[in-house]
Ligand binder design. Structure first.
Ligand SMILES: Cc1ncc(COP(=O)(O)O)c(C=O)c1O
Length: 455
């Protein structure tokens, strides 16, 4: 067998072109085979189809058809966020232009752990990350794999800024990665403040901050995972100042509102954060991964400073080679910034704002449909693009069964969330191509599934 071609170098483009055609054809064929937002039959049926198509994972002799066959398999078995009936999670459909840029990142393969592996990519990352941070009113940003890593880094920076320990104070609505990061970093048990209406109650927070000895890190959320709610950021920021507590804001979901003239005001108070999580693979239409941790005090990055002679020897740094190791806890790192930069420049702030406005408007329309329907109960009007609803009069068992019936039949992907002590179906609208008809169909499918669910 001849040596397989490389993705970059002089032969790269000619090697990639026919392979890309194969990939695109297999994606289309796989999607046609699936026929809906996710494969029918549930986990056993999908696993059986995978095992069947996969055969011997490491055959003695290679199979030139593997690319087509496995891409087909993946597409046929995907939960496809580009299908308007796939609206469960903060799992958005990537823009074509961002996916194309991601292909370039894979082909060129820069690694952002040293300048000599990523000369342009590292300069691009520094410039784009800083611009995004400034858009939010902060000074600079680190690129991460997503909200979980950003939240971990935020706690680490807070711990180090306070000389080795800090206590996390957050709402019960906070993302699970925050208490988990406290555990990982050996911090005291977090204090969970009740969130009776889904958002942090300033009076309860004030009481907690008054009672607790410092140092304290308050984590607020702009776009809760379950309901897309935004904590009262200005009041929280005021309380942090009054009590001398540090503030982290997890805007993994809500950060995308920054692009929208119509919705940006909902994020008032964001600029008071010491650290800020933003995820552009949520409301930003990026392929995974596209996370950021913005910093108000860029000098705090020094905490991450680390020396490894082969990557950032002192004499290299003194001679002017940028030291990249302190921009992440990872070593080898993909240039995720490329697809972000391409998207920002291709669409501009207005283009991204229009996508944001579109999904928020669709979510409001869906909520209105639910509210008008006698067979359903609406939790509340959406603040961003999440709508919680449930069949009227149903118990939690039925709500859960409706969701699983839709998943099993491959007809719709809805999430689940607990609010007000009850279980709700969750629709997270992130697809800007969703039409009003799709929303009506989603509700119709939920109604039919309830009818087919044994009491
Ligand atoms: C508010 C919030 N923060 C953090 C995260 C974690 O983000 P990721 O899954 O990108 O690590 C999520 C995920 O849904 C989230 O909703």
């Amino acid at each position: 067998m001849s040596t397989p071609p490389l993705a970059s170098g002089p032969g790269g483009p000619d090697a990639l072109r026919p392979l890309l055609a194969t990939v695109l054809d297999a994606l289309a064929a796989g999607r046609r085979e699936r026929g809906g937002p996710l494969p029918a039959g549930g986990p056993d049926a999908v696993a059986a189809r995978v095992a069947d198509a996969l055969g011997d994972v490491l055959p003695d002799t290679g199979d030139p058809d593997a690319l087509r066959a496995l891409v087909h398999l993946l597409a046929a078995g995907a939960a496809d966020p580009a299908d308007p009936l796939c609206a469960a999670h903060l799992h958005g459909p990537p823009l074509a232009v961002a996916a194309a840029a991601d292909l370039a990142a894979s082909a060129v393969n820069p690694s952002l752990d040293s300048w000599d592996q990523a000369p342009a990519a590292s300069a691009l990352e520094a410039a784009v990350a800083r611009t995004l941070a400034r858009t939010a009113g902060l000074a600079d940003a680190l690129v991460t794999t997503g909200g979980t890593e950003s939240n971990q880094l935020a706690l680490l920076l807070a711990r180090e800024a306070h000389g080795g320990t800090v206590r996390l104070v957050c709402g019960t609505n906070a993302h699970h990665s925050l208490p988990r990061a406290a555990w990982l970093l050996g911090l005291p048990d977090p204090v969970l403040v009740p969130t009776p209406h889904g958002t942090l109650d300033p009076a309860a927070l004030d009481a907690a901050l008054t009672a607790l000895p410092g140092p304290l890190l308050v984590a607020a959320t702009a776009g809760t995972t379950d309901a897309g709610l935004i904590d009262p950021l200005p009041e929280i920021a005021g309380l942090c100042t009054a009590h001398g507590a540090r503030l982290h804001i997890d805007a993994a979901y809500g950060g995308g509102l920054l692009f929208s003239d119509r919705h940006r005001d909902k994020l008032a108070g964001l600029e008071a954060a010491h650290t800020l999580t933003i995820d552009l693979h949520k409301l930003g239409w990026q392929p995974v991964a596209a996370g950021l941790l913005a910093l108000a005090r860029p000098h705090e990055r020094a905490t991450l400073h680390h020396r490894a002679d082969y990557l950032n020897a002192d004499d290299d740094t003194e001679a002017g080679l940028p030291d990249l190791l302190g921009r992440s806890l990872r070593t080898t790192r993909r240039p995720d910034i490329l697809k972000i930069a391409v998207t920002l420049k291709t669409l501009g702030r207005r283009g991204l704002g229009a996508l944001t406005d579109q999904v928020c408007a669709r979510a409001r329309e869906f909520a209105a449909l639910v509210a008008e329907h006698p067979g359903f109960e609406l939790y509340d009007r959406p603040v961003i693009s999440t709508v919680l609803f449930r069949p009227a009069g149903a118990d939690d068992h039925t709500v859960a069964a409706v969701r699983r019936r839709l998943l099993h039949d491959g007809r719709a992907v809805l999430g689940r969330a607990r609010a007000d002590g009850r279980l709700w179906l969750k629709a997270t609208v992130l697809n800007p191509h969703t039409r009003p008809d799709d929303l009506a169909q989603l509700l119709e499918l939920a109604e039919l599934a309830e009818g087919n669910t044994p009491a």
